[in-house]
Design a protein around this ligand. Structure first.
Ligand SMILES: NC(=O)c1ccc[n+]([C@@H]2O[C@H](COP(=O)([O-])OP(=O)(O)OC[C@H]3O[C@@H](n4cnc5c(N)ncnc54)[C@H](OP(=O)(O)O)[C@@H]3O)[C@@H](O)[C@H]2O)c1
Length: 237
């Protein structure tokens, strides 16, 4: 499926990004991984073997994004789930935390796409990471929900402007990934329980289920400008 193809994954050193990297390598492709932590990057490269290369990158720093793409000669796909942000109640959250989703998740992916485009093949694609809170916001994440909505609009706009390169968005619900291991146990359990109750499938999703969606968006040649929601039916309940 990915024979002789090169896939850049910023945020490919854990969670959803690393699972996509595994699938690309299993399907005879090569990956270029990015993330901030050199130790995590090294561990991911060691796991994936010679088909994987990478370098550290922080998507909140435009020059770091430029440095990440500079040595890459050609690319077939970009997936850019790497971001770090917070959220909180609209009337209580600090300006800095409220702005963090746009700073990291929106502008990070915007500039990653900008630097990737000159290297992308005409049969290539970009998959942006969004989130199902775009369509059904939580009570404590106005800017985060808006950021995910903005990414869906960005995906459509880039699909029009960059054609024949395809651009799509994956917008998961709550996914049982490494991200949640950094959250205090009581907060994690509260989120898993309330999210499960709020979905049709009655559980959190898995990284494998999101990775399958991402691979579909990369490989289906007639899908562009779309948003796919691996969210267990969260948006409908
Ligand atoms: N898990 C969920 O419930 C869920 C639901 C909806 C949407 N999402 C989206 O999916 C993304 C990935 O989630 P995940 O569950 O796979 O998380 P994860 O396991 O924490 O993976 C995040 C990846 O991004 C990298 N990263 C974080 N901040 C970065 C930055 N500023 N610059 C470059 N790389 C950065 C991390 O490496 P370093 O820490 O070394 O930088 C890591 O490789 C989330 O950020 C979110 O936007 C997740």
């Amino acid at each position: 499926m990915f024979t002789d193809q090169v896939v850049a994954i910023i945020g490919g050193t854990s969670g959803i990004g690393l699972e996509v990297a595994r699938r690309v390598v299993e399907s005879s492709g090569r990956v270029v991984l990015g993330g901030r932590d050199a130790g995590k990057l090294e561990a991911a490269l060691a796991e994936l073997g010679p088909a994987a290369t990478g370098r550290t990158v922080d998507v909140t720093d435009k020059s770091s994004i430029a440095d990440f793409f500079a040595p890459i000669e050609r690319l077939d796909h970009l997936f850019s789930p790497g971001s770090s942000y917070g959220r909180g109640k609209f009337t209580e959250i600090s300006d800095d935390l409220a702005e963090s989703p746009f700073r990291s998740k929106f502008w990070g992916q915007y500039y990653a796409a900008k630097h990737a485009v000159p290297k992308l093949s005409e049969t290539g694609s970009i998959v942006l990471m969004g989130g199902a809170y775009s369509v059904r916001p939580p009570v404590d994440g106005a800017a985060y929900a808006a950021c995910n909505g903005a990414l869906e609009s960005l995906g459509k706009a880039l699909a029009v402007e960059l054609s024949p390169i395809r651009v799509n968005v994956v917008a998961p619900g709550l996914i049982d990934s490494d991200l949640w291991t950094r959250v205090p146990e009581d907060v994690r359990e509260h989120n898993y329980r309330t999210y499960s109750e709020a979905t049709l499938r009655r559980r959190a999703g898995t990284v494998a289920e999101v990775a399958q969606s991402v691979v579909y968006l990369m490989t289906n040649d007639y899908t562009t400008g779309s948003t796919l929601y691996p969210d267990g039916g969260y948006a409908l309940r």
